[in-house]
Design a protein around this ligand. Structure first.
Ligand SMILES: [Ca+2]
Length: 156
């Protein structure tokens, strides 16, 4: 039973990575042909205080995920006026993505880190993936954006 689970897990992880490589090709093809985008709606919930900003970064590979914002393919901020905060993204083509969000409570535009390492502001990741001794991996956080509108909820 445990073995079956491990095999299933391996297949899931492999399919995510494999699809990522294939998606790279199809995305390039899409860019040169249709330029077709898929509507992605992301709701962020779990704010402790209704203050500051929710900041989002979307990556299309493990390169730079989750903290190197210069490697992300999409960035957005919304003021936190309520819980949840909703992001509507219309500029992404079908592909494999992973999302990171954080609650920039003090509004300084940066994820504050505590003295001993981990973030002192709340963070969240697509699939609600959590790292054990650090940030979650792209493989755990990635999802497929197909041609149908897609909705996701991320809990901080
Ligand atoms: Ca901050």
């Amino acid at each position: 039973m445990k073995l079956l689970f491990l095999i299933l897990l391996a297949v899931i992880i492999m399919s995510c990575g494999k699809a990522s490589a294939e998606e790279e090709d199809s995305r390039e093809a899409a860019e040169t042909s249709s330029g077709f985008n898929t509507l992605l709606t992301v709701q962020i919930t779990g704010f402790e205080e209704v203050t500051g900003f929710a900041r989002m970064e979307i990556f299309n590979s493990e390169d730079g995920f989750p903290r190197d914002t210069s490697r992300s393919v999409y960035s957005a901020s919304e003021p936190v006026n309520s819980d949840p905060v909703t992001f509507t993204i219309e500029s992404l083509q079908p592909g494999i993505y992973a999302i990171t969000v954080y609650h920039d409570e003090d509004g300084d535009g940066e994820l504050d880190m505590s003295f001993y390492g981990p973030p002192s502001e709340k963070v969240g990741t697509s699939n609600d993936a959590r790292g054990r001794m650090g940030p979650p991996s792209f493989e755990d956080a990635c999802f497929t954006l197909a041609s149908e509108p897609f909705e996701m909820i991320i809990t901080l």
